[in-house]
Design a protein around this ligand. Structure first.
Ligand SMILES: Cc1ncc(COP(=O)(O)O)c(C=O)c1O
Length: 424
């Protein structure tokens, strides 16, 4: 009888749904999750520091989300039309997110970013997008170009991380170093007539923006007549209820939301200026700027109900204080553990996010992280995984949730101590 791991390896490339590069001996199949823990089909319990790539900010199987979803599925799961929960959710997004005058839903961050960049190109009538090296914006062209570049070409030359995109699509993407306003300004200046948008993860993976960097991007975009697009797939409702634009005080023209918004159910949203979003109005079909935007499952009432329940929990007093305190305790605990083990590393992150980069340099962008000891990072993450910490061993980003507490933090730090002892 094959094991569940063997069955998974037989049908899924790498035994994975994507981005879980585990050695075959470590592949597992999950049976269930509750709070901040998951169990595999062999009954092994793991503490979860991935939390569905950050999509389950309240914790697995949260009672309020369960109740909302149960209520909705009795009434129908998808109409591909505006429903009461979708309408309420869009109204809440307009209240919560500074740049949101209009909303359109789809089913993932990848889709939402593809629409956001298409809107920017259509609105400006220009072809190029500027992104930051190492940034992820989903499995589309702008997300995968120079995502994990190896050659470190001269800026702004793009380096595809994924095959399968036409050369022209890659060539229209300009790549800049995050946190370097001067070099970004020089690239924008050189391409200003062709630039549709500056696209940025406000918190770049786990690297914080230097003071003034995001405000500087706002000015550069305005001066070039380009749009500023915030990819808030990760930061939305995580760094603050109003997302990174509230947290850092910089308002983009368009923002993309996903992950935490859906409470673990499929969702993506493009929000932003009415004059940009209104390009998708079907009555404009045939006009030069019209953008096709359609998604069979976008805004489905089950995801919308899960999102409304999630947002209600996040609006409760103390929710963000708790997420931030947990994040600080995690980062401090990791720093202490690394110091005690005599290992030089940089612990990054903000809010309920953390990452360990094995370097003695300050990490400000992709290249400062690229120069770190990535072999050691991989050994550390696999060491954690093998000690019962469920995480993505391909990247060091750790996601916390409101369900995390002393137990999970202690388990992670204990596993970290052992992993550092065994693979120093
Ligand atoms: C910043 C950012 N943008 C976009 C995406 C893509 O979102 P999805 O996986 O929902 O397609 C991700 C996913 O990790 C992300 O981190």
């Amino acid at each position: 009888m094959p094991t569940d791991a063997e069955r998974s390896l037989a049908v899924f490339p790498g035994g994975s749904l994507g981005e879980y590069d585990l050695p075959p001996g470590d592949v597992l199949v999950l049976a269930r999750g509750e709070g901040a823990r998951v169990w595999d089909t062999a009954g092994r319990e793991l503490v979860d520091f991935t939390m569905g790539w950050g999509s389950v900010l309240l914790g697995h199987a949260h009672a309020a989300v369960l109740a909302a979803v149960r209520r909705q599925i009795e009434r129908g799961s998808n109409f591909a039309s505006v429903s009461e929960p979708a309408l309420q959710l869009a109204e809440e997004l307009v209240r919560a997110v500074a740049c949101a005058e209009r909303v359109r839903f789809c089913a993932s961050g990848t889709e939402a970013m593809a629409y956001a960049t298409r809107l920017a190109r259509a609105f400006t009538g220009r072809p190029r997008l500027l992104k930051f090296e190492g940034a992820y914006h989903g499995a589309n062209d702008v997300g995968t170009v120079s995502l994990f570049p190896r050659e470190l070409r001269d800026f702004p030359e793009p380096e595809p991380t994924s095959a399968g995109f036409p050369r022209d699509a890659v060539a229209e993407i300009l790549v800049a170093p995050y946190n370097d306003l001067e070099r970004t300004a020089a690239i924008v200046e050189r391409h200003r007539r062709a630039l549709a948008a500056i696209v940025v993860e406000p918190l770049h993976r786990c690297t914080s923006p230097r003071p003034g960097f995001l405000a500087g991007l706002r000015r550069l975009a305005d001066a070039a007549g380009a749009l500023l697009v915030f990819d808030e797939t990760v930061t939305g409702f995580r760094l603050a209820y109003g997302g990174a634009q509230a947290y850092y005080g910089v308002r983009p023209d368009v923002a993309v939301l996903g992950k935490a918004l859906g409470g673990g159910y499929p969702i993506g949203a493009v929000v932003g200026r009415a004059d940009v979003l209104d390009l998708v109005r079907e009555a404009r079909l045939g006009e030069p700027g019209y953008v096709w935007f359609a998604s069979s499952l976008g805004g489905n009432p089950v995801s919308a109900a899960a999102a409304l329940a999630t947002l209600a929990e996040l609006r409760r007093p103390g929710a963000y204080e708790r997420l931030f305190t947990l994040g600080e305790r995690l980062r401090e605990g990791l720093r202490r553990t690394l110091t005690e083990a005599g290992v030089v590393a940089h612990v990054q992150g903000d809010g309920p996010l953390a990452a360990v980069v094995f370097t003695d340099r300050e990490v400000v962008d992709y290249r400062t992280a690229f120069g770190s000891d990535r072999r050691r990072a991989r050994a550390f993450l696999l060491g954690l995984f093998r000690r019962g910490v469920f995480l993505n061993p391909m990247s060091t980003k750790l996601y916390l949730s409101l369900a995390h507490g002393d137990f999970e933090l202690a388990r992670l730090l204990e596993a970290a101590r052992a992993a550092l002892r065994d693979a120093p």
